[in-house]
Design a protein around this ligand. Structure first.
Ligand SMILES: Cc1ncc(COP(=O)(O)O)c(C=O)c1O
Length: 386
């Protein structure tokens, strides 16, 4: 049994989440609940495999064996009931780097790329940094749940070259339903838009919600679809930079791989490959324990919110270990709210406005930490002067 209550000191490990607190929040002592990695040790089978590989002594140039593609496709079949051919599996160091390659491979300068804010900020930062235009299809918040604005989407898609979807959605914690995804996929198909479905959080489902891969909801979209997966969130391996980009359309796959090679990003790292394969083949029982732990944490937070924090609510947590907290009742600007949480509460959360239009007044909280840390964070939240 994994012990998720065990507190591991991450200070002094060059951890972005811990060791950059002073730079980011101006205060080294905040409880770090921002960057999306977990304060839990990786699955023991992964640690063992990495140790075994290190003991060999040589970490020279390596290639990805067939086991790489087999590990992810077998996982996706078993866990999410979706069949991908192993030939569709391509490599990327990370999913953000995959976005850079995909934009370079499939869009030209000034092409329009549609995203649905509030959303993971590289979805708009990467296109903008690469001189593409961003089209904003803002999500609508109703009854503690976000939904897509399909009417607007139908109009906007007419002028768009690519869409980037967060499925499930970071930061608003939506697990898109099959019906929503089918509607979304059909609209994209009608307009022959290239779709990137970022499914990096797909293994982290909460409250009995199930993940629906976009390709399963709308198989006809396959010729236009790119789906991204990684063990980095699921098994807490982000520092190993090993991810998978699945492309069924052979000519698009060729174009992706050529671009990856032109940018010299195809090599990958040998330890990442070991961790990737081992986690997908042997990490399932650990993941189920993790999900039980995260679900229990969410239940305890929901209880506290309704009993102790009448001024605070959150969107229904359906997926990811990131909660989307709604502070708008307090009426503070994004800047003031962030400052007060740092200075009065000693909490380091992600600012909602960082995720684009619709994010101001919200904060994203990473709850992938021992329950003692979460409890302490909510005690500190009571210190907020409202
Ligand atoms: C939706 C989404 N995509 C991608 C990433 C990051 O991926 P990577 O570290 O592989 O670039 C994150 C990290 O939080 C994320 O939430």
């Amino acid at each position: 049994m994994a012990n998720f209550n065990h507190l591991i000191n991450r200070e002094g490990t060059n951890s972005v989440k811990y060791d950059l607190r002073k730079e980011v929040f101006g205060k080294a002592g905040v409880i770090p609940m921002w960057v999306a990695d977990m304060d839990f040790a990786m699955p023991p089978c992964v640690a063992e495999a990495l140790k075994g590989r290190i003991e060999h002594g040589i970490l020279g140039y390596s290639f990805r064996s067939e086991g790489f593609a087999d590990a992810i496709t077998t996982w996706l079949q078993r866990r999410h009931g979706v069949s991908f051919d192993t030939s569709s599996v391509c490599f990327s160091p990370g999913i953000v780097s995959a976005l850079v390659v995909l934009i370079e491979a499939f869009t030209g300068k000034t092409d329009k790329i549609l995203i649905q804010p509030p959303v993971y900020h590289p979805f708009f930062e990467v296109p903008l940094q690469n001189q593409r235009q961003v089209i904003w299809n803002e999500l609508v918040y109703e009854g503690r749940r976000y939904h897509m604005d399909f009417d607007k989407l139908a109009k906007q898609l007419k002028e768009v070259r690519m869409v980037i979807l967060s499925n499930p959605h970071n930061p608003v914690s939506r697990a898109w339903t099959e019906e929503e995804l089918e509607k979304f996929g059909r609209l994209c198909l009608e307009n022959q838009v290239i779709v990137v479905s970022d499914e990096i959080h797909s293994d982290l489902m909460l409250g009995g919600h199930r993940h629906t891969p976009l390709i399963k909801a709308c198989p006809e979209l396959a010729p236009y679809l790119i789906t991204c997966y990684a063990p980095s969130k699921t098994f807490n391996l982000a520092g190993l930079s090993t991810s998978a980009v699945l492309i069924s359309n052979p000519s698009m796959r060729e174009q992706y791989n050529q671009t990856l090679q032109r940018l010299h990003m195809q090599m990958g790292n040998v330890l990442g490959q070991v961790a990737f394969e081992t986690a997908y083949r042997g990490g399932e029982a650990w993941l189920d324990e993790l999900l039980s732990y995260l679900n229990a944490t969410v239940t305890s937070i929901e209880y506290r919110l309704s009993n102790e924090f009448p001024w605070l609510s959150m969107s229904e947590p359906e997926a990811t270990y990131l909660l989307w907290l709604d502070f708008r009742k307090l009426g503070f600007s994004a800047e003031v709210l962030n400052r007060k949480l740092i200075e009065e509460c000693g909490l380091g959360l992600s600012r909602g406005d960082q995720f684009g239009p619709g994010g101001a007044g919200f904060m994203r909280m990473n709850i992938a930490a021992p329950r003692s840390v979460i409890n302490e964070a909510f005690e500190r939240l009571k210190l907020l002067k409202i």
